[in-house]
Design a protein. Structure first.
Length: 402
């Protein structure tokens, strides 16, 4: 039996408990998958543009879609998401990672803020499988589920989703979905929003900030405010790269700053393997570091749909090949778009960052509109044998009241 998403909010999303585990789930497989996707996307970005995004947010939104994918569509998504565990173990690892990311109380100072929220926005009256929303519940505790009227009030639905994202990101991402992306054919939007704000364990002194030259890829320079401090920090060098970790209050999270050996497109990541990053951080030792780096605020967006297609997630975006039958039991849905926006502000006090991802699912074709037929004038009336086509009766009605 299938029911509308609104009815399932109190049913599937309030039940479907996670299967008991013999031991506490390990978040590391989920973290490894998030990181691998992040590096894959990083290498897709142009060398001459600012890039900032949340691999975790993208992983979460795509993960909700993965639960409804079947066949080759699911296989492709599994490869892109680097999921090499059975679904049940992946659900458990995903929840374990979410729990591991919850801020722990700090001994001193204000603990950092880190929130991640998931939402399932479904077309009002459209029938989704209870099993699908139950699986969302199993993998994404607290996922919100709302009915919207994409077909009858597309702009209202867009405003509602953007409002939800804005609320979840402290208004840092106010317009994730631009006009004309949602249509009357949209049936589902899967969204994730991540918000982070933290103070440096050792703040920079604003009096030491001054304008300095920042060398650009084309050989020119830009004058930007440069922050400076001298502190003992985790630091390492490898293959000419320098790496430093800047801890936030509480010590649970740190910022990593990686500097290539020269002004080069290597900073895009083509020459820095994830294994190199691991080596850098595992060999880091406490050193006195005089660090000078820019104060900045950027709001880049990611061409997520194109990136995912380039990485091999092709069928989900193909009207003919997409198999999202785990959503509604039919082969009538495909992904029309995937969006991602991010924001980051780094200054002397700390870091504020936010990101949001939306995966938009629509019908393959316009549902048949009712044809208006008002029989208010003379008409023919026939009785026909369907098998042979023989007309058993036929006539013309010019006055039904005669």
């Amino acid at each position: 039996m299938v029911r509308g998403i609104g009815g399932l909010l109190l049913a599937a999303l309030a039940t479907a408990p996670i299967a008991a585990q013999d031991q506490a789930p390990d978040p590391k497989p989920a973290a490894t998958a998030v990181n691998a996707l992040g590096w894959d996307l990083y290498r897709q970005q142009p060398a001459d543009k600012n890039v900032f995004y949340s691999p975790y947010s993208i992983n979460q939104a795509l993960g909700m879609l993965y639960l409804g994918a079947r066949g080759e569509t699911k296989t492709q998504m599994g490869r892109v998401l680097h999921l090499d565990l059975p679904d049940e173990r992946w659900h458990a690892a995903n929840q374990a990672l979410a729990q591991a990311l919850v801020p722990k109380p700090a001994d001193k100072g204000t603990p950092f803020a880190l929130t991640s929220a998931n939402a399932v926005f479904g077309q009002k009256g459209f029938r989704f499988l209870p099993e699908y929303l139950g699986s969302v519940k199993a993998a994404y505790t607290g996922a919100d589920a709302r009915e919207l009227d994409f077909a009858g009030d597309t702009e209202g639905a867009r405003a509602a989703i953007n409002g939800w994202v804005s609320d979840q990101t402290a208004k840092a991402i106010p317009d994730l979905i631009p006009p004309n992306v949602l249509t009357a054919l949209t049936r589902l939007v899967l969204a994730n929003a991540v918000y982070f704000k933290a103070s440096w364990a050792v703040p920079f002194n604003a009096r030491n900030t001054s304008d300095g030259d920042f060398h650009l890829l084309d050989g020119s320079t830009a004058s930007v405010p440069m922050m400076t401090q001298s502190e003992r920090l985790p630091y390492a060098e490898s293959k000419g790269w320098q790496a430093v970790a800047l801890p936030y209050v509480g010590g649970q999270v740190s910022a990593l700053v990686l500097l290539p050996p020269e002004v080069t497109t290597a900073v895009v990541g083509q020459e820095l393997d994830p294994a190199d990053l691991t080596t850098l951080m595992t060999t880091a030792g406490s050193r006195q570091v005089r660090l000078t780096w820019p104060r900045f605020t950027v709001r880049p967006s990611l061409p997520l749909k194109q990136n995912l297609i380039s990485l091999g997630m092709t069928d989900a975006f193909d009207q003919v090949k997409a198999d999202l039958s785990g959503l509604d039991g039919q082969r009538d849905l495909y992904v029309t778009d995937a969006l991602h926006k991010a924001f980051v502000k780094v200054n002397e006090e700390g870091t504020e960052a936010a990101a949001a991802t939306a995966v938009i699912v629509g019908l393959r074709s316009m549902p048949a509109q009712p044809v208006v037929m008002n029989v208010n004038r003379p008409f023919l009336f026939l009785v026909r044998d369907n098998a042979s086509g023989a007309l058993l009766f036929m006539g013309r009605i010019v006055n039904p009241a005669a």
